[in-house]
Unconditional design. Sequence first.
Length: 90
Amino acid sequence: MDSAVHTLSELFRQLGLPDTRADVSRFIAVHRPLPPEVPLAEAPFWRPEQARFLSEELQDDSDWAELIDTLDASLRHPGPHPGSPLPHSP
């Protein structure tokens, strides 16, 4: 397993999504709140390859898993991002 530390911007880039801080914040604002009964990888806004990536990375507990969990938590919270600022590229 790669021990790299990733950012949300890098995760969005990996998913083929716009990846600036504003893009990430806008994506979260548009798609939240994600209902608790819907697993992140099964959310209707993912393309099949994005859903597969999210599911596989979580299942493998890869170096992306913690960041995917952070995105998941952010999408489930109905207001501004919970907790501390989300990790982004500088």
